[in-house]
Design a protein around this ligand. Structure first.
Ligand SMILES: Nc1nc2c(ncn2[C@@H]2O[C@H](COP(=O)(O)OP(=O)(O)OP(=O)(O)O)[C@@H](O)[C@H]2O)c(=O)[nH]1
Ligand SMILES: [Mg+2]
Length: 433
C-alpha cells in the first residue's frame, strides 16, 4: 500500500515540529494539492515550524465534526503519535468546533491556515500600526475559540470538577477580549485619522501603489525605483506596512510609490478588515502596479487571487499596469513568448538584473500623462516671472509669446486647476483662468 505520508528530510532542529495537511476541496479549482502544500510549507517555515510530514487529501465533502473523514483522522493520529509534533497545520479554515475535536483526538495543537498567517503577521509586525492591526485580528479570531484553551486546562486538572470554573472563566475572558477589541478598534480609528491627514497632504501628487502576491518582489522594485532600503527577504510577508517614497530616477514628474503588504490565497477576513488603513493606500492610488512572480509555478492562480482581493477592496477600477517580474529565472523563451502573447499589455522585468525597468518607468510616465487634461492659460508679460512656479504645478507643452501676452498650453494633473488658481491668487495675479 502506498504510504500516505510524504516524509520530509530536513534538519531544522530548533524549529517547532509540525505535520502539514494540504486539502483540496471541489471549490479550490484546478490547484494541485502539491502546489497548495508547497505554499503551506512556505508559510509554516516562515512561522518557524519544521514540517516533519505532509499529507494531502482530496475532499468531496467536509466532515462537520472533524473536517476530514474518520479514516484520514485516524491516519493522522498515528502520524502524530509517531512524530510527536508541536502542531498539526491544516491548509484550510477550520471551525472552532472542528479544531477542538481534532485537538482532543490528537492531543496536540491544531492550527488552521488563518491562524498560521496571523502568527506570521504577529512575528513581522514592527510599527505601532501593524502591531495594533494584527492584535485586533488575532483577538477576533480567538474570541469564538476560547473554549478550547479552557478545555485543555480542565482536562489537565482532573476534568469534570473544574468545568464550572472553566465556564465562568470563559465568560470573564470573553468580556476581557471584547473590551480589548473595542480599545484596539478605537486606537486604530485614531491611527486611521492620522493616516488620512497624511494622505491629504500628498493630494495632487500622482500616487502609485505596488500590489501583488507575497514574495513577488514588490519591495525589491520599490528599492530599485526610489533608492530606498525597504526590507527584502525571500520570506512570505516580509512587508506589513505601507512605505511611501518618491520615485527619483529619471522621472520628469513627482510620483509617490507605495509598497504594500503582500496578498495570499484565503487571506483571513479579520486581517483584511484590520489592515484597512494600510490597504487604503491601495484604494486611493492613481495607479496600481500589479506585480507578478513570473517564475512561480502557480503565478496564474496568484494573479486571480490578487484580482479577487482587489475587487473585495473596491479597487478593481483603478488604472493598472501588469508587470511580470523575475524574468531572469525563465530559461525557456517559448514560455516568455506565450505569456507575452496572452498578456500583450504587460511589462516584463527582472528586478535582479534591471532588465525592463526602463520600459516600466516609461509606462508609468505614460499612465501619468494619460491622466493630465489639456488647459490654456493666458498671462500678461508682467506675469512672466510666474512661469517657473507654474512649471511645478503643470506640464507646459507650449509657450506662445504673442505681441500682447503669453499663451501657455498646459497639461494639468487632477486638482491642478485649483492649485494653479491658488498660486495665481497668492502672487496677486489675475491671469485669465
Ligand atoms: N531571481 C530574482 N529574484 C528576485 C527578483 N525580484 C525579487 N527577487 C527576490 O524575491 C524575494 C522576495 O522579494 P521581496 O521584494 O521581499 O518581495 P515582496 O513582494 O516585497 O514580498 P513580501 O513583502 O513578503 O510580500 C527576495 O529574495 C528577492 O531578492 C528578480 O527579478 N529575480
Ligand atoms: Mg515586501
Amino acid at each position: 500500500m502506498k504510504a500516505p505520508f510524504h516524509q520530509i528530510q530536513s534538519k531544522a532542529s530548533e524549529k517547532k515540529k509540525a505535520i502539514l495537511v494540504g486539502v483540496q476541496l471541489p471549490q479550490s479549482g484546478p490547484l494541485s494539492p502539491a502546489i497548495s502544500l508547497d505554499e503551506l510549507e512556505g508559510l509554516a517555515t516562515t512561522a518557524n515550524y519544521h514540517p516533519v510530514a505532509e499529507l494531502s487529501q482530496k475532499l468531496s465533502s467536509i466532515n462537520p465534526k472533524t473536517f476530514l473523514g474518520s479514516g484520514k483522522v485516524e491516519e493522522l493520529h498515528q502520524a502524530v503519535k509517531h512524530h510527536q509534533p508541536e502542531a498539526v497545520i491544516f491548509d484550510a479554515e477550520l471551525s472552532p468546533g472542528q479544531t477542538r475535536n481534532l485537538e482532543n483526538i490528537f492531543e496536540c495543537r491544531v492550527i488552521d491556515r488563518s491562524w498560521l498567517i496571523l502568527e506570521i503577521f504577529n512575528d513581522h509586525a514592527n510599527t505601532r500600526e501593524a502591531k495594533t492591526q494584527v492584535e485586533l485580528a488575532r483577538l477576533k479570531y480567538a474570541l469564538p475559540r476560547l473554549t478550547r484553551m479552557w478545555g485543555h486546562l480542565s482536562r489537565q486538572r482532573g476534568g469534570i470538577g473544574l468545568r464550572d470554573v472553566g465556564e465562568t472563566q470563559i465568560q470573564l475572558d470573553r468580556r476581557l477580549i471584547r473590551n480589548e477589541i473595542t480599545k484596539l478598534e478605537r486606537k486604530l480609528k485614531l491611527i486611521d485619522k492620522e493616516k488620512k491627514t497624511q494622505r491629504k497632504s500628498r493630494r495632487g501628487i500622482y500616487r502609485v501603489a505596488l500590489v501583488g502576491y507575497t514574495n513577488v518582489g514588490k519591495s525589491t522594485l520599490m528599492n530599485l525605483l526610489t533608492g530606498s532600503d525597504t526590507r527584502v527577504e525571500d520570506k512570505l510577508f516580509a512587508t506589513l506596512d505601507a512605505t511611501i517614497r518618491k520615485i527619483k530616477k529619471n522621472f520628469p514628474y513627482p510620483v509617490l510609490l507605495a509598497d504594500t503588504v503582500g496578498l495570499i490565497d484565503k487571506l483571513p477576513h479579520d486581517l483584511v478588515a484590520s489592515f484597512k488603513s494600510t490597504l487604503d493606500e491601495v484604494r486611493e492610488a492613481d495607479l496600481l502596479i500589479k506585480l507578478v512572480d513570473f517564475s512561480h509555478p502557480n503565478y496564474k492562480r496568484q494573479m486571480e487571487t490578487v484580482e479577487e482581493v482587489l475587487s473585495e477592496m473596491g479597487a478593481q477600477a483603478i488604472d493598472s499596469l501588469l508587470v511580470f517580474n523575475k524574468t531572469d529565472r525563465i530559461d525557456d523563451p517559448e514560455v516568455s513568448a506565450n505569456a507575452q502573447q496572452l498578456n500583450p499589455q504587460a511589462v516584463f522585468v527582472s528586478c535582479k538584473t534591471g532588465d525592463g525597468i526602463d520600459r516600466l518607468q516609461k509606462e508609468i510616465i505614460r499612465c501619468y500623462e494619460n491622466r493630465l487634461t489639456p488647459y490654456t492659460l493666458k498671462l500678461d508679460y508682467y506675469q512672466a516671472n510666474l512661469i517657473s512656479d507654474i512649471r511645478k504645478q503643470a506640464i507646459i507643452v507650449k509657450e506662445d509669446y504673442q505681441d500682447d501676452r503669453i499663451i501657455l498650453s498646459l497639461r494639468l494633473p487632477p486638482e491642478g486647476k485649483a492649485r494653479l488658481k491658488k498660486l495665481l491668487l497668492q502672487k496677486n495675479s489675475s491671469a485669465a483662468l
